[in-house]
Design a protein around this ligand. Structure first.
Ligand code: ATP
Ligand code: MG
Length: 287
């Protein structure tokens, strides 16, 4: 599998049911990746755009951000069609989006930028409308340089898979809580990710309150018959709630949550650099 970040960057997305902790995880991974020397483009598909707040953008600035999905002038400039014009017409299928980060990216740190993507209406699943076409082009064709990573906070639920935005991604983290509804969404997301041929999937079980929760998840995986994914258990911690919305500093606190995140991050880093997991050790821990 050739996806070396040394050669052409790395595409990573986080998916799952509403409220399970996707944005929290994306914000923490952005922090860890940038500290490890990668350049990160964090892309937010969430219509509420909470990622900006989680990455430390002040509320009054975050409220001014217009996501790409609502940037009518740019969509028309790039696709040749007016947003809302629906199917067909003179839609440019592979719009050149090479200027998108420079024009609309918000540089938060020297090696961290945020791109507010927004999303198209769920009813428009699979549509060839200009908005969807543009978002797809940004995700798929944005050229990453060596050491660059695109990290996507996806819209809640599995519907966005139908729009094909994550095609060509190398790694999908499916976040779930240890509840049956969240696990069903995770199961669906994993099935759809396999159909998109995303080569690496990891299941991140968040807000785990004890062994009973872990056992419930393991039993669900056994019953579901899904190919057993690499699984990680992140404990429930009230410390996160106290830090909201800017959660990054949890990484400086010792505790089971930070330990579990570090373990997950170690494995992600090994995947990005194509080293074997056995080379991941405490020296890779950066906080
Ligand atoms: N391990 C945890 N322990 C306790 N609370 C957590 C944990 N992880 C996340 N949370 C809390 O759960 C809530 C939802 O988290 P978050 O916004 O990251 O979820 P989300 O999946 O992005 O939600 P949405 O689908 O609405 O975008 C937040 O209040 C967050 O602080
Ligand atoms: Mg979110």
């Amino acid at each position: 599998m050739k996806n070396k970040t040394n050669e052409r960057g790395f595409r990573l997305a986080v998916a799952g049911k509403g409220g399970v902790g996707k944005t929290t995880l994306v914000a923490l991974l952005a922090e860890l990746l940038t500290h490890s020397g990668y350049r990160v483009l964090a892309a937010d598909e969430d219509p509420q755009m909470n990622l900006a707040l989680s990455l430390g953008v002040p509320l009054e600035e975050a409220e001014k951000i217009v996501p790409l999905s609502r940037n009518k002038a740019y969509i028309e400039e790039k696709t040749g069609a007016k947003p809302g014009s629906g199917w067909g017409g003179l839609l440019r299928l592979n719009p050149d989006v090479s200027d998108v980060v420079q024009r609309f990216g918000l540089q938060l740190k020297p090696n961290l930028s945020l791109l507010a993507m927004g999303s198209v209406d769920q009813a428009a699943t699979g549509c060839l409308c200009p908005e969807n076409n543009l978002l797809k082009a940004v995700m798929r064709f944005i050229v990453l340089k060596p050491g660059e990573i695109i990290l996507v906070d996806t819209q809640a639920g599995p519907e966005h898979f139908g729009r094909g935005v994550l095609k060509g991604f190398s790694l999908l983290l499916v976040v779930t809580e240890p509840t049956s509804t969240a696990l069903h969404v995770a199961q669906k997301s994993m099935t759809l990710a396999r159909q998109l041929a995303i080569p690496h999937l990891k299941l991140v079980v968040n807000k785990v309150r004890g062994e009973e929760d872990q056992n419930r998840v393991k039993a669900f995986i056994e019953r579901s018959g899904i190919e057993r994914p690499a699984s990680y258990f992140l404990p429930y911690t009230a410390d996160l709630l106290a830090l909201e919305p800017t959660v990054g500093s949890i990484l400086t606190q010792e505790g089971k949550f930070t330990e579990a995140i570090q373990e997950l991050f170690c494995d992600i880093k090994m995947l990005i650099s194509e080293k074997s997991a056995s080379t991941c050790s405490s020296v890779d821990k950066i906080f």
